[in-house]
Structure formats: C-alpha cells, structure tokens
Design a protein. Structure first.
Length: 469
C-alpha cells in the first residue's frame, strides 16, 4: 500500500491511496475460508459448501469490507505518521473511479481523498498592543439600592390595615355584578394582585387610601393590563380549562380582604447572617464594604467580557487566515444529513469565524504554553456547585460526590475544561498587552454593553444578508 500527496492549493490536498492485490488478496482468502468453515447451506454439510458458491454469494461484500478496513487503517496511519494537520475529515474525491468490487478483481485499487489543511500563520496583533478596560464607579447610591433589595429579599410578611403602597399585594374577594347590584347566586372568586399591576392608575390611588374591608368595582378582564382572557379565567376566576366556556359577567365588586407587604429586614445580626453567611458581616459598614466589593466584582466580569471581545476582534482582524472554504462546506454537508444548502449559506460565515478563532486560540496556547490541570477543572466545578447552593452550606461529601458526577459526564467535563482554558487564554493576553482602566458611570457602562450587543447582532445580520446576495 502507498499514499501519494498532491497539493491542490495552499490549504487543500489530494491523497491517492493505492491498495495492491498483495495487500488485500491474503485477507480476502482468509475471510472466505472462515466463512466457508461456518457456512450452513441446504444440500451441503457444514464446512463443505464449495468455495465457488461462497465467492459468488458473499465475495463482493467481503472484498468491499476488507478494502474499507484497509483504507481506514492506512489513511489514519498516514495522517498520524505525517503529522498532517487537517480540518474536518478526508472526503472521497469527485474524481474517484467507481469500483464494483468483483471477487475476481486482480488489479490494484486506488482511492482519492480530498483533505482540508490547517493554514500556517504567525500570530500577530498582541505585541505592543493597548486595550481599555471600562471600570464602573460604584457609588453610595448603587450600594443603597442593593441594601434595600437585600432587605426586601430577607424581609418578613406583614399585613397592614391601611396606608397601602404600590408594592403591596392585594387579596381580593370578588362577587359578580348584575347591573349595579351583586348578582344573586352569582359567581364568586378570590385572588391576589400586585397593586402596581392594576391597569387603572386612578383605581390604584383610590385603593391606597382604603382600609381592609373596603369595596370597589372593576372589570375583571381589564383589571391588569395586557392579560389574556385565558389568564384571567385561570388565575382570577380560578376556572379549570373545561369550565372556560361558563357564562360569567365582566363586572365585579371586590372586597379588600387582606393586604400582604414584605417589611424590609432590620439591619441587625440576624439579617447579616442570612444575607452574607454566619459571622461574615457584623456591622453596617462591613455590609456596605462587602456589597461594594461584590458589585465591583460583578461589573468587572462584564468589563472583562467586553475586553475579551476586543481581544478577539483585534486578533481576527490582524490575522488574515485563508480557510479551504469549498472543502469545509462539502464536509459540513457530508457530515450532517440535516444540513441543506440554504442553511449552509446562512451558517457558514459564523462557523468559519469560530474555526479561525479556534486556530488563533491554538497559537496562543502554544505561545504561552498554556494547559489546564484536572484539579483546576474540579475546583471550577466546586465553585459552580457552591454558587448553585448560594449561602446554604454544602457538606464536603455532597460537594465531592457532585464533582464526581460532573467529571463522569463527558459533555460537562469538556464544557468546564474549555471554560478554564478560555480563562487562561484571557489572562495570558491580558498580562502580555497594556491595559488602561477607563472609569465610567453605570449608565455609560450599560450603554457600551448595549452597543456591543447591537454590533454583534448587526454582524450576524450582515453575514446573513451578504450570503443571500
């Protein structure tokens, strides 16, 4: 057997794999003999079926199977021994001769395969580069808002009798009206609604001044804005689906049966322990310092996501990589029977961009000698599990058993591994280039986030439109 490489371009080659008669003939004879020894056929004793009959009935399929195994073995061995860096998988050439695999074939077989070659390039765009990292200025107002939100999350339920506010939840007992009077044996229901969700702002103001036991009238289907008829029947009228056709009027008289309010937690040790963990915070100032650090860390992660996007954009611009596009499109169609030509045209630009980025990532890994240790993957999993449980304590046994389950799931392992490697790549680039902090207000930062999202959406649409031209 032999393999001859013929370069068709800088990023595509043709491999001619020749299988000689001496390569396949002993194997096919061995297979035929094995089958003859096991064959059961009417009119012949076991193992006594004539070879001519075996060849006629099974020879073609056996030869095709032997040849296919030799192709896989030799082609794989060639790619490995030559250290050929290919994209996708080898594809049969369009110029391939068709063989009928006759058992009487006595010549050599030659099979042609197209391969896409990974382009060679030198990584550029990192040396002497400067990037800007937006840093959100965390002021007292932001901390105050977070404090109030936490106090409400850990607050206690109270039931005020009067002086209601828009954040109160109303418990309404309602009776169907007929004209201006409560309908005799009419429909009755009970439900809850947030005061601020009432569609009629005038009614909102009136209810704020009411007391428990006060009554008011309303159209139940218009009580909240943008509610479907099905929603009202299910949640306000409390009907089962089979009751939806029941005739019920729109107008109701409601009685304010109860009002539920979440009273913000007091700034005391019980609240600190609930919100931050036992004995982690013991004063209001410690709480504010803790929150400031958390808010800064939260926005830093988003800032670094923007920075990483800037890294990607620069490296993609600075490294013009020529892919074997025609080959890759053939390979994508061949390897995915659900992918059609229109889909390919829409999705290929994004696929190519991601592939180019993966090639750039490989260069970065080599340049900075990056690797991910198994213990890093496990620690990242532990962190995710702790975040999932929040402030609830996790025993070491539960933590490690959860890690073991994630490690045994190949998809989860690969995902966490790639996240760890992505972090290494980001840190390697960040430490190699110059980073200048750019202090910004929260409004300015959110504006930049929206601009980045809009630019990303625009790029996707541009690629789509370009492919349709």
């Amino acid at each position: 057997m032999s393999v001859v490489r013929k370069d068709k371009s800088t990023n595509e080659a043709e491999l001619a794999l020749t299988i000689n008669q001496a390569d396949y003939e002993p194997k096919i004879k061995e297979e035929l003999k094995k089958y003859q020894q096991k064959a059961h056929m009417r009119g012949f004793r076991k193992g006594k079926v004539p070879m001519s009959v075996i060849k006629k009935m099974y020879g073609k399929a056996m030869l095709a199977d032997v040849i296919n195994n030799l192709i896989q073995e030799k082609l794989g061995g060639y790619l490995e021994s030559e250290k050929l860096d290919i994209l996708g998988q080898p594809l049969p050439s369009k110029d391939q001769k068709i063989y009928d695999f006759s058992i009487d074939h006595s010549d050599d077989f030659t099979f042609l395969f197209d391969v896409g070659l990974s382009p060679e390039f030198d990584l550029t765009g990192l040396d002497n580069a400067t990037f800007h990292l937006p840093k959100v200025i965390v002021d007292d107002k932001m901390i105050d808002q977070e404090v109030e939100a936490m106090r409400k999350r850990h607050g206690k339920e109270v039931h005020p009798e009067a002086d209601f506010n828009k954040e109160d939840r109303l418990v309404i007992e309602a009776k169907e009206l007929e004209g201006e009077a409560v309908k005799k044996k009419g429909f009755e229901t009970s439900f809850q609604v947030l005061l601020s969700d009432l569609a009629d702002e005038t009614l909102q103001e009136e209810i704020k001044k009411m007391k428990i036991g006060s009554t008011f009238r309303f159209d139940i289907f218009d009580l909240e804005a943008n509610r479907t008829e099905e929603y009202v029947k299910k949640y306000f009228l409390n009907l089962d689906k089979e009751e939806y056709d029941k005739e019920i009027g729109r107008r109701f008289e409601g009685t304010l049966a109860d009002v539920i309010r979440i009273a913000p937690a007091d700034l005391e040790q019980e609240f600190f322990d609930q919100a931050f963990g036992e004995d982690k915070v013991s004063s209001e100032q410690e709480m504010r310092d803790n929150l400031k650090a958390k808010i800064e860390a939260f926005y830093l992660r988003q800032s670094e996501a923007l920075l990483f996007r800037d890294f990607q954009e620069r490296l993609l611009e600075q490294n013009a990589i020529d892919l074997p596009d025609a080959f890759l499109q053939r390979w994508l169609i061949a390897s995915n029977d659900k992918l059609n030509e229109p889909q390919l045209k829409r999705e290929y630009p994004e696929f190519a961009k991601n592939l180019i980025w993966s090639l750039i990532e490989r260069k970065i890994k080599d340049k900075f000698e990056l690797k991910v240790e198994i213990e890093e993957v496990k620690e990242s999993m532990r962190k995710q599990i702790r975040q999932y449980f929040g402030n609830y304590p996790v025993t070491p046994e539960i933590l490690e058993s959860s890690v073991d389950r994630m490690m045994s799931n190949q998809e989860q392992f690969n995902k966490v591994y790639e996240e760890c490697m992505s972090d290494h790549i980001f840190e390697a680039i960040k430490n190699h280039v110059t980073i200048e902090e750019d202090p910004v207000s929260l409004d300015e930062f959110e504006k930049r986030i929206k601009e980045a999202e809009k630019a990303n959406q625009h790029q996707h649409q541009h690629d789509h439109d370009h492919e349709e031209e």
